[in-house]
Ligand binder design. Structure first.
Ligand code: SAH
Ligand code: DHB
Ligand code: MG
Length: 221
């Protein structure tokens, strides 16, 4: 099977099941126009995030890694009117483009973009008692995935979901000598394996984003 088939099947799935959304398309276009990398989730993955948030009945969502706000918009659309999403972004330019995309999607009242290193903002959120978050989506620098997972757990309640993107990386996750980002995945798996408060799995994915995978964890106690 070639990457071409994965891509065509992703397009087929998206044409069949993912309704076109001008705000989401505009968010991608604005990111590209600003020179940002096209490392957003695919449309069918964004919809999966939204369905998970809806299935959980999420009222509070945390996202780590905003980019242009594409996954943010998918997730925020799952919120009720009084729901809140906070998304953390290190690059001021990314945050600025994301804020404008989120406002254009009509979600400015529900979404807060916080600028800075996530490992500095997460303790602030804890001090502010911003959580507990019903769903956390971790999708920033992969080296820190275990740290982000630890914080997500601390900011969660029983029944909360934690989703982590890009944990397979073309299979590099099983190579103990892989690059630092795949090492970040391995540290995350070791942490989850030893953590009795979560029930977790991971699923490999192929598609327009190549060969990768995501973790889904539920806080059980
Ligand atoms: N979730 C987005 C894609 C995020 S790409 C989507 O699917 O649409 C990863 C983002 O994480 C980039 O914008 C990058 O600037 C940001 N990032 C990298 N390191 C970070 C850090 N330490 N703290 C917060 N954000 C970070
Ligand atoms: C990269 C980051 C992502 O979040 C992603 O989904 C794909 C690629 C990257 O940094 O290369
Ligand atoms: Mg990602």
């Amino acid at each position: 099977m070639t990457e071409m088939v994965w891509t065509e099947v992703d397009h087929y799935i998206t044409e069949q099941l993912v309704r076109p959304d001008p705000a989401l398309d505009a968010a991608l276009a604005a990111g590209a126009a600003a020179g940002m990398p096209a490392i957003n989730v695919a449309p069918n993955q964004g919809k999966l995030l939204q369905l998970l948030a809806m299935a959980r009945g999420a009222r509070r969502i945390l996202e780590i890694g905003t980019l242009a706000g594409y996954s943010t918009i998918w997730l925020a659309r799952a919120l009720p009117e009084d729901g809140r999403l906070v998304t953390l972004e290190y690059q001021p330019l990314h945050a600025q483009v994301a804020r404008s995309n989120i406002a254009a999607a009509g979600l400015a009242d529900r979404v807060e973009v916080r600028v800075g290193a996530a490992l500095e903002i997460l303790p602030q959120l804890a001090r502010e008692r911003y959580g507990p978050f019903d769903l956390t989506f971790i999708d920033a620098d992969k080296e820190h995935n275990a740290d982000y997972f630890r914080w997500a757990l601390q900011l969660s309640g029983v029944g909360s979901l934690i989703v982590v993107d890009n944990v397979v990386r073309n299979g590099a996750v099983i190579d103990p000598r892989s690059d630092s980002r795949a090492q970040g995945s391995r540290k995350l798996f070791e942490l989850m394996a030893a953590e009795s408060r979560v029930s977790a799995t991971a699923v490999q994915t192929v598609g327009t984003k190549g060969y990768d995978g995501f973790v889904l964890a539920m806080v059980t106690s």
